[in-house]
Write a protein that binds this ligand. Structure first.
Ligand code: AMP
Length: 284
């Protein structure tokens, strides 16, 4: 069932709750692929009812980012959700979520601001305010859908860590379920933004997963020093790549690691032309 308004969703969820059914929420920005579908599948398996939100959230895009050209494929998304057993596809308009245009500015909208220690690094350093927009919209979705479980991909690992922190700090009665990264056979992590890549760009994009897999292989051989682990990575990069970061951080609190251990995540972001790609791997 495709619903566009908050009131309709609330009504339906109220019915479910009266019947004692559990509700899973999978927040997305649409242009659904097998990565999203793995989250959806998990929710459909675990919960009595599943809501998938499809909303390109304007307040998590920074000036100059791809808000206008972000792929929007609602008809196709709806079909995929129906085939996967989703009960509600919630696709609100920007004005349904932010009724007053001026609300898009944080002078007028109540924002949920995650802690600086979590946002002043990795993607947060390059996308200032991005995680404020994410936490705000996810809070709104939690309040609208009131799910028992919410499913997020490890593909956006910093986001996942920040959302878990938000849920804990604000005592939100939702269990966050992390879901593993789905990759193409080539190793490339699935992403809606892969649609921007030409054939040649896609070959260049393999650098991300190659670097991460190589680091993990070296770690497994016993190399723990981050400097030593990073050195080999640069051999995968060429003039087509603009590296934003390659960092080793704690899986729970994002603290930097000088010596890698089993609780370390390696994070990478790079640009190929205008396209910004991210990936990460757990060393455990
Ligand atoms: P997005 O539509 O990009 O905001 O993503 C919606 C959700 O799908 C987020 O929780 C992402 O982490 C997750 N996701 C996106 N790509 C993948 C992937 N390749 N594997 C697993 N989860 C993913």
């Amino acid at each position: 069932m495709l619903l566009h308004t908050i009131a309709e969703v609330r009504e339906k969820v109220k019915e479910w709750k009266r019947e004692g059914l559990t509700v899973g929420l999978v927040p997305t920005m649409g242009a659904l692929h097998n990565g999203h579908l793995s989250l959806i599948k998990k929710s459909v398996e675990k919960c009595d009812r599943t809501v998938v939100s499809v909303f390109v959230n304007p307040i998590q895009f920074c000036p100059g980012e791809d808000l206008d050209k972000y792929p929007r494929t609602l008809d196709e998304d709806e079909k995929l959700c129906n085939a996967a057993g989703v009960d509600i596809v919630f696709a609100p308009s920007p004005t349904e979520m932010y009724p007053d245009a001026q609300m898009l500015s944080n002078d007028f909208l109540t924002y949920v601001i995650p802690p600086f220690f979590y946002t002043n690094k990795l993607c947060g350093k390059f996308r200032v305010g991005h995680f404020d927009g994410v936490c705000t919209v996810v809070n709104k979705l939690f309040n609208i859908v009131q799910p028992d479980f919410a499913f997020f991909g490890e593909k956006d690992r910093q986001q996942l860590i920040i959302l878990k922190k938000m849920v804990k700090d604000l005592n939100i009665p939702v269990e966050v379920i992390p879901c593993p990264i789905v990759r193409e056979e080539s190793g490339l992590a699935l992403s809606s933004r892969n649609k921007y890549l030409s054939g040649e760009d896609k070959v260049q994009a393999l650098a991300l997963s190659k670097i991460l897999f190589n680091i993990k292989a070296c770690y497994n051989k016993g190399i723990k020093d981050v400097k030593a682990l990073t050195e080999t990575a640069y051999s995968y990069l060429n003039e087509n790549h603009s590296l934003e970061y390659l960092e080793f951080r704690d899986a729970d609190n994002l603290e930097e690691k000088k010596i890698a251990d089993d609780n370390t995540i390696v994070f990478i972001a790079l640009k190929i032309g205008d396209v910004r790609l991210i990936d990460n791997i757990a060393l455990a």
